[in-house]
Each structure stands twice: as structure tokens, then as C-alpha cells.
Design a protein around this ligand. Structure first.
Ligand code: IPM
Ligand code: MN
Length: 366
């Protein structure tokens, strides 16, 4: 297969982790006979510096002519004082909105070899396997903001029935491929938009009698995530709640540095990015954990290109490297040897090569 991938490294550790992920993508290409044609573009602070906008036309065109987008991260202290329209984060919101990437999938799965780094007790964290489905193009992030004066400011939270329907249906479809349970998270006891949200979930669930549905208030969900996280299968929620809960859930696995995400629209097109941010304090030092971005490439292969075997190969290689006790600084225990971003990536590449050697030996003997 031939696919064109737009790579937008962004700011901070974005360039390092995307470089690692592209390397892995090319290894997959060689091994499985695919051609991945890579085009690089600017987004976020890097784009503000070069083009005075966080989402330049060149980048839009690059993405439009690509089959999927891989993004590093955006933001950093350098641009903190910029006016709102020149903030790097605006670039991320703009690309999500431009391509109508309403469904943000953030899987959180416990990995036995990383449990030592989890802030939760091992018995609480060990069976965690959930998928957070965050609505990504509506709600507070895209309301009409206004700053009245020195003393007051306004944000608006709007959801239409249609916006809620499509994300809820997506979560039911995804639950069918997993353990068949959806927890819909809202603030129905206070917010009008949450009342509409709950109404839609109740209506749509009639079409999915095989899916178990529960409603949970967001404050209670925040608590359950640390007391009984393995009870969750699919969580579906609005934009802001999903942002907060996914950061909370991510550390269950040991580090924010291992969580990938996919942002999907109606067709196969998708934007893939690590859940973590730009980590300016370690940028450019080869300390970043590239696992989340490498696993985001696995999600790209699976969701945009239908390459399940290739995606599984990456996941297996990453897991083996962890099992063999190789970690970047965020996951290392005292006394462990700490690997650099490059060295850790090379371990993954080595595992991928080893898998293919093993497969061909098995083929010869069968
Ligand atoms: C995320 C990030 C973004 C968000 C920021 C950088 C705008 O935190 O992808 O979770 O809030 O959506
Ligand atoms: Mn976030």
C-alpha cells in the first residue's frame, strides 16, 4: 500500500518524539512492503514564528493532500504572552475543527512492566483497560469567548443534538468491539448541556441493546478513576471533561509518556498525537519518552489504513522493550539505566526486526 502521511512536529519535545515515530513507521513500511510518503509541516509555536499564524495555509494543504496526520505537541513558555489568536494551542484546535475530527480516542491500558511507576497500588491498577472517547470539536473549547473588562470574562458551552449523537453512537460502536460497556460522563445535576447529553444517550442506547450503559457525574467519575479504574470499559464525555479525565487516567499506566491518541472524523482521515504536551523543561535533550507517539503511529495504521497486523507488531515491540526493562527517564526506577529517546527507539526498531526474522524462521520450518 502507498500512503501519504503529514508530520507536524510542533514545539518542545514534539520534534524528537515525531522523529522517533517516523523511524518506526519507515521500518514497518520496509517490513510489510508499504510506501509511506512523509511530508513535514509547521503547527503551533513553530508556525507562529515562521508564518505568524499557528495553523498556516501550507499546513492545511499538506494535510488535505495526505491520508493521515501525525502531530507531536504544541505550546511553550515562549508564546505564553502572545494574544489568543497567536497561541500555539489555537493551531491544535484549528486543525481539529478544520477537519471535523470530532472523536478523540484515548486508550488507557495497564502494562505489567510499568506498574512500578503507577501512583496507584498495583492491585488497583493492574487490570485497567479503558478507552476514553472525548468529544473534540464542541463545548467550551469552541464557544464564543469574551473578555468583558478587568473584572469579568465569559465562556460559553454549547452542544447541538447532532454533535452529541455522533460521538455517542461512535462510543457504542467502539464498545461493541470491546467489553460492551459505556459509561457516559456528564454534569446532569447542574448543566443544561449535560441534560441534553443524557437525553441523547438514553435515546441512542435503544439501538444498542447489547451494550450496557451507565451514567456517571464527572466528579464521581474523577473519584472512580483512582478508586476502581478497572470497572471502566468505554467512557464517553464532552470536550472539557474528557481533557481533564484523560490526563487523570493516563498516569494510572505509570507515565503520561506512553499514552497515544487518535482524532477521527467521518471518513478514514485522522490526526494522531501523543496525549502528553511539549515538556519544555526537557526539550532538545534526548530525554523524552517517544512511546506515546510511536503508539499513535500504531493507531494510525489501525484506524486510518486498516493495517491491523502492522499496528499489533508495533504494540508488541513496545511492550517487549518495556518487559525487557528498558526505560526513558520518566519510567526508570532508581538504579535503572536510563535510555535516551534515540536509544529507546532503536530498541523498538530492533524488536521489530527480530519479529520479522522470527517469523521467517517459523515460515521456513512450517
Ligand atoms: C490535549 C491538550 C489540548 C487540549 C491543549 C494543548 C489545547 O491538553 O490534547 O489534551 O486541551 O485539548
Ligand atoms: Mn489535555
Amino acid at each position: 500500500m502507498k500512503k501519504r502521511v503529514a508530520v507536524l512536529p510542533g514545539d518542545g519535545i514534539g520534534p524528537e518524539v515525531t522523529e522517533a515515530a517516523v523511524k518506526v513507521l519507515q521500518v514497518i513500511g520496509r517490513r510489510f512492503n508499504h510506501t509511506f510518503d512523509i511530508g513535514f509541516g509547521l503547527i503551533g509555536g513553530a508556525a507562529v514564528d515562521e508564518h505568524n499564524t499557528p495553523f498556516p495555509t501550507e499546513t492545511i494543504e499538506l494535510c488535505q493532500t495526505s491520508d493521515a496526520v501525525l502531530l507531536g505537541a504544541v505550546g511553550g513558555p515562549k508564546w505564553d504572552q502572545h494574544p489568543t489568536h497567536l497561541r500555539p494551542e489555537k493551531g491544535l484546535l484549528a486543525i481539529r475543527k478544520h477537519f471535523d475530527l470530532y472523536a478523540n480516542l484515548r486508550p488507557v491500558m495497564a502494562v505489567p512492566s510499568l506498574l512500578h511507576a503507577s501512583p496507584l497500588k498495583e492491585e488497583v491498577a493492574k487490570d485497567v483497560d479503558m478507552l476514553i472517547v472525548r468529544e473534540l470539536t464542541g463545548g467550551l473549547y469552541f464557544g464564543e469567548p469574551s473578555r468583558h473588562n478587568e473584572k469579568s470574562a465569559l465562556d460559553t458551552l454549547v452542544y447541538t443534538r447532532e454533535e452529541i449523537e455522533r460521538i455517542v453512537v461512535k462510543s457504542f460502536e467502539l464498545a461493541r468491539l470491546r467489553r460492551g460497556k459505556v459509561t457516559s460522563v456528564d454534569k446532569e445535576n447542574v448543566l443544561e448541556s449535560s441534560k441534553l447529553w443524557r437525553e441523547v444517550v438514553e435515546e441512542k442506547k435503544k439501538l444498542y441493546p447489547d451494550v450496557e450503559v451507565e451514567h456517571m457525574l464527572v466528579d464521581s467519575a474523577a473519584m472512580q478513576l483512582v478508586t476502581n479504574p478497572s470497572a471502566f470499559d468505554v467512557i464517553v464525555t464532552e470536550n472539557m471533561f474528557g481533557d481533564i479525565l484523560s490526563d487523570e487516567a493516563s498516569v494510572i499506566t505509570g507515565s503520561l509518556g506512553v499514552l497515544p491518541s487518535a482524532s477521527l472524523g467521518r471518513d478514514g482521515f485522522g490526526l494522531y498525537e501523543p496525549v502528553h504536551g511539549t515538556a519544555p523543561s526537557i526539550a532538545g535533550q534526548g530525554k523524552a519518552n517517544p512511546a506515546a507517539t510511536i503508539l499513535s503511529v500504531a493507531m494510525m495504521l489501525k484506524y486510518s489504513f486498516g493495517m491491523e497486523t502492522e499496528a499489533a507488531a508495533i504494540e508488541e515491540a513496545v511492550n517487549t522493550v518495556f518487559e525487557d526493562g528498558f526505560f526513558t527517564a520518566d519510567l526508570a526506577s532508581p538504579g535503572d539505566r536510563i535510555l535516551s529517546t534515540d536509544d529507546w527507539t532503536n530498541k523498538v526498531v530492533y524488536e521489530l526486526d527480530l519479529q520479522s526474522v522470527c517469523n521467517s524462521i517459523m515460515f521456513t520450518y512450517n
